[in-house]
Design a protein around this ligand. Structure first.
Ligand code: HEC
Ligand code: HEC
Ligand code: HEC
Ligand code: HEC
Length: 431
């Protein structure tokens, strides 16, 4: 970690940025060290009297897992992964650096830049060289920084896209079943839950008391869109079927005696018995959100998702057709994300979502572990958002019931759909 800067508020720093006298330089990445001065974002204590906390750097470097993303590439799991994949070294492989560091072209790295910093400020906030100096001046507006290349993390759609670029992958970087079989954790995401797990280094600028519900909704729409786009890419030009798109635990579970099998008892509605189903976790919660926002659109989306689902679970389907259906469903999810971003949620809608999602217990449970997991995270997030604004007489019981859902997904290979459905039905009875 190079800390080449001593920045004071209102003091324009040019060191290391190569700021030429006349022609404006293209934006460069300066590294988190340039944000770390105590007078900037490196204060130890959060400050109450300023618009930002000013201890963002300290929070990130001490508590945020993103700061370890590079170092963890060479942990025993990462090292073995690279060996299996035939990569020379995990911490020099572009395939890994794309998500575990700020792997930008050499001519965009300022002198202070250091690859070993992992996932740092500029991975999420964009290249800093153009706004680093000016943004410390008095009365500086966020919008001016955006004009100078800062990434708009306040915008929920853009924020989701940024997180999902690494937490789900995009056209440039991905974690597929090959990488998973080599040891990489499977990627899953839920914006509101992941934002709460990340040690906060911000004050919410958006004062909407139901912000958590809106970010959950937008995050769901964007992750469904991104998954559909990925299916379109893979089915067209990649390896297909790509196992990572399917329900992992349809294949990876321990077998029981036939009479004890919840899968056989559930049946295989809509697919040939034994065909692995599509991982529908990015739809099972979202459909309730969209039903709340626009019942008519929810029916159209359902028809689109059903046709992708039928093609994906049938195996041998026509690849072009899969790609076309997935692309058009992705476009619809995109429109819905834009709608949700401007919507306002409130107490009755949040309560209806809690009731609605938990009333889908049998369907969600039958879709497999990944769907159960997504619904559990969503119910937890929604209930946290709810209790920030209002209380139910049986809050403690509800919290215990949500905890019970988390217990059901602790060991994914031993996941039992009937037990999960039962636990979710008991939760539903409490609303
Ligand atoms: C598409 C983005 C992406 C790519 C590409 C990627 N990773 Fe990751 N990796 C992640 C994310 C996100 C996590 C954290 C997952 C979580 O906790 O939800 C992670 C976690 C890990 C972990 C932590 C596992 C543990 O708990 O010890 C290791 C090790 C790792 N990745 C190694 C690698 C290696 C080696 C490569 C290249 C072969 C690679 N990753 C490529 C996104 C990626
Ligand atoms: C993994 C992504 C990520 C990383 C890494 C990250 N941030 Fe952030 N940051 C966010 C998000 C999301 C927000 C909240 C949304 C917002 O208010 O912009 C935020 C908010 C902020 C804010 C408040 C901005 C505002 O909108 O008023 C500051 C200041 C900030 N971050 C500084 C930093 C600094 C300094 C670092 C590095 C030490 C850093 N961030 C690292 C994602 C990140
Ligand atoms: C440049 C890629 C990248 C971006 C962008 C990114 N992450 Fe991450 N994230 C990672 C990697 C890699 C890890 C795993 C770090 C490790 O443990 O080594 C991770 C870990 C996490 C974890 C810890 C998970 C755990 O298992 O404890 C959370 C929470 C998280 N990210 C949330 C977010 C959120 C929220 C955003 C968007 C605001 C975001 N991330 C953006 C790459 C990224
Ligand atoms: C269509 C069936 C199928 C699906 C769906 C599937 N896998 Fe696999 N997986 C396999 C097969 C086959 C192997 C190779 C096993 C072997 O070589 O012994 C494998 C290997 C693995 C391994 C390495 C073996 C081990 O025991 O550590 C892991 C981890 C893994 N898969 C995780 C996942 C995850 C996570 C998902 C979902 C994102 C998933 N798989 C989806 C069939 C599947």
């Amino acid at each position: 970690m190079k800390i080449g800067f001593t920045c004071a508020l209102g003091f324009v720093v040019a060191n290391g940025l190569g700021l030429a006298a006349d022609a404006p330089e293209p934006s460069k990445y300066t590294g988190p060290g340039s944000c770390s001065s105590p007078a900037c974002h490196g204060s130890v204590q959060a400050r109450e009297d300023t618009s930002v906390l000013q201890n963002e750097y300290s929070t990130w470097v001490v508590r945020d897992k993103h700061a370890h993303a590079f170092i963890n590439l060479t942990n025993p799991i990462g090292t073995r992964m690279a060996k299996i994949m035939g990569l020379p070294k995990p911490d020099t492989a572009p395939r890994c650096l794309s998500c575990h560091a700020l792997d930008v072209p050499l001519d965009m790295r300022a002198r202070t830049f250091d690859l070993t910093d992992g996932v740092g400020c500029e991975n999420c906030h964009g290249p800093a060289s153009a706004w680093l100096g000016p943004h410390t001046t008095r009365d500086w507006k966020y919008e001016k920084s955006l004009d100078l290349g800062m990434y708009n993390t306040r915008d929920l759609i853009k924020r989701s896209e940024k997180c999902l670029s690494c937490h789900l992958g995009n056209a440039e970087k991905f974690v597929d079943h090959e990488l998973i079989a080599a040891g990489h954790p499977d990627l899953y995401f839920e914006l509101d839950s992941f934002m709460s797990v990340m040690p906060p280094h911000w004050k919410d600028v958006d004062k909407d008391p139901w912000l958590g519900v809106r970010s959950l909704g937008v995050g769901q729409a964007v992750q469904l869109r991104e998954q559909l786009k990925r299916i379109a890419r893979e089915s067209q030009g990649g390896i297909w079927p790509e196992y990572a798109e399917l329900d992992c635990f349809a294949c990876h579970h321990s077998l029981t005696a036939a009479k004890e099998s919840w899968r056989q008892e559930r049946g295989y509605a809509g697919r040939r018995p034994g065909n692995p189903p599509w991982n529908l976790s990015r739809y099972v919660v979202f459909r309730r959100v969209i039903q709340e926002a626009d019942p008519q659109a929810s029916q159209q989306l359902r028809a689109q998702v059903d046709s992708v689902n039928a093609l994906v679970t049938a195996l041998g389907s026509d690849r072009k057709q899969i790609a076309a259906e997935a692309a058009s469903a992705a476009q619809m999810a995109n429109g819905l994300a834009e709608r949700l971003a401007t919507m306002h949620f409130d107490q009755p809608t949040t309560l209806r979502l809690l009731k609605g999602i938990s009333s889908d217990a049998d369907d969600i449970a039958g879709q497999g572990e990944r769907s159960a997991e997504q619904a559990t995270m969503a119910l937890d997030s929604l209930f946290i958002a709810y209790t920030k604004n209002d209380h139910l007489a049986n809050d403690a019981q509800i919290r215990a019931a949500i905890h019970g859902l988390f217990q059901q997904i602790e060991d994914p290979s031993a996941y039992n759909g009937f037990k999960f459905a039962q636990a979710m039905r008991s939760l539903n009875a409490l609303f």
